[in-house]
Design a protein around this ligand. Structure first.
Ligand SMILES: Nc1nc2c(ncn2[C@@H]2O[C@H](COP(=O)(O)OP(=O)(O)OP(=O)(O)O)[C@@H](O)[C@H]2O)c(=O)[nH]1
Ligand SMILES: [Mg+2]
Length: 426
């Protein structure tokens, strides 16, 4: 993994520089607004500094990471997965700068985790039942982790319960508590196990887990406008997840904040009130809206609206088991004129059970390449399903919504924030 910092006048400019230099697969680990300093600061604008990372292909040259200087509490050099991509001489001071940002974020997380660990220990002493539970979960943990190799099991069982081991137990249970699928929890733990075995400090381990999880989420992919023609964006998904409300939030972002020409379409003709709901938002935003009953109508409208930047298309919420309704949507999407760049955003509620989410995405991914939007984050404390679905589908994450307020309660998926919460931070 290569980590580097880039500066720009705006977040977008700094991100673009990172993507240009590091290429496809670049993941933004952190964004920092740098406020102007000095006498004339009132006359200067803030600049932005992004910390970007890229995971090297397994086959790229693996040059041993140089020993990195300590930065505050965290020394990321313990992460053996960090690879330096080319055998260029590395300036001693450079890595320190590059990792500082990640380290600071991780340092905050560490403080809250340390607190949690202390509380855990207190609880273990206080509650016998709790202790039994913990021992049982530790036993399960060991059984699962060590089952394949008997010798390894013995080796590890003899290992004293040092800080690192306790920390891994802690991370294991925090991720499970947040409903990350056990399969993925084990993957994460396995990936950091080598760091632990090297006797690295818990700071290094936390830093390593944090980075690996951020890379697992990948860079979010919100809506990007097309170069010439309008961009068509279809919103599909189960009933009541928040498709229409999310469209209103996104329309407002593009129209009000970015000053783009936005138009709305709805193909939801199943419910009488559905068109009215979108019409209300369209009136507030002062954007055109049309209800379409057929593919011909869709393509005719697109011709009329060819000067628009963005056309958001609402569809009827459907049970993924309803094949007929699904085919209607499929025909609409595939039949929409090829002149336009199309994207399909599958809207999912963060409150839906993991098993159901898997069934839903299976159905949609069979038909289309989708990006994922998670809604109703305000209605749950367990965000594990977002990681589960990312790893299960490989689809890009885009936006999350966290309330009924239009247009406020939406943001581009912020993996730093979500990873922090998944690791027990606030
Ligand atoms: N708490 C919370 N409620 C939300 C969020 N997004 C939408 N809602 C609410 O969820 C309900 C359904 O939202 P809609 O936008 O109508 O959902 P939909 O997917 O278009 O529904 P159908 O068209 O019937 O399939 C409404 O009461 C929304 O206010 C969110 O992020 N958090
Ligand atoms: Mg709707």
């Amino acid at each position: 993994m290569t980590i580097k910092k880039f500066q720009g006048k705006t977040e977008e400019e700094a991100t673009l520089k990172a993507k240009q230099e590091l290429g496809v697969g670049t993941v933004i680990m952190n964004v920092k607004e740098v406020k102007p300093k000095g006498l004339f600061k009132a006359f200067k604008n803030s600049t932005y500094e992004v910390t970007a990372a890229i995971e090297e292909n397994e086959k790229t040259a693996q040059v041993k990471a140089p020993e990195m200087p300590k930065v505050g509490k965290i020394d990321v050099s313990a992460d053996e997965a960090i690879r330096i991509p080319a055998p260029e001489p590395v300036k001693k001071e450079e890595p320190k700068e590059q990792i500082k940002e990640t380290s600071q974020t991780v340092e905050n997380m560490w403080a809250s985790l340390e607190e949690k660990m202390k509380n855990e220990t207190k609880k273990e002493v206080a509650a016998e039942n709790n202790l039994e539970e913990k021992l049982e979960s530790l036993q399960n943990f060991l059984e699962k982790k060590l089952a394949p190799e008997e010798t390894k099991k013995e080796e590890l069982l003899e290992e004293p319960e040092d800080e690192g081991f306790k920390f891994m137990k802690m991370i294991y249970s925090v991720l499970l508590e947040n409903e990350v699928d056990e399969k993925y929890v084990n993957q994460i733990i396995d990936e950091v196990e080598t760091v632990r075995k090297k006797g690295s400090s818990v700071d290094h381990m936390l830093s390593s887990i944090y980075q690996k999880m951020i890379l697992k989420f990948g860079q979010p992919q919100p809506i990007e406008l097309a170069e010439n023609a309008p961009k068509l964006v279809f919103f599909v998904g189960p009933t009541g997840v928040g498709k229409t409300t999310t469209i209103a939030k996104i329309a407002s972002r593009f129209k009000v904040e970015k000053g783009k020409k936005v138009a709305l379409l709805t193909a939801d003709t199943y419910r009488i009130a559905a068109a009215d709901q979108l019409r209300t938002y369209a009136n507030i935003l002062d954007t055109p809206i049309k209800v379409i009953y057929s593919l011909e109508e869709l393509n005719d409208t697109l011709k009329e609206w060819k000067d628009y930047d963005l056309i958001l298309i609402d569809t009827a919420g459907l049970s993924h088991k309803n094949e007929e309704q699904r085919n209607d949507i499929k025909n609409l999407i595939t039949g929409a004129s090829e002149e336009y760049e199309k994207e399909i955003y599958l809207v999912l509620s963060a409150t839906t059970k993991y098993r159901d989410l898997k069934d839903i995405v299976d159905v949609y991914q069979k038909e289309f390449k989708v990006k994922l939007i998670f809604t109703k984050l305000d209605e749950t404390n367990c965000y594990g399903n977002m990681l589960n679905m990312k790893l299960y589908t490989g689809a890009d994450l885009s936006y999350v919504t966290y309330g009924q307020n239009v247009p406020e309660d939406i943001e581009v998926f912020n993996m730093q924030k979500i990873v922090k919460i998944l690791l027990g931070g606030k």
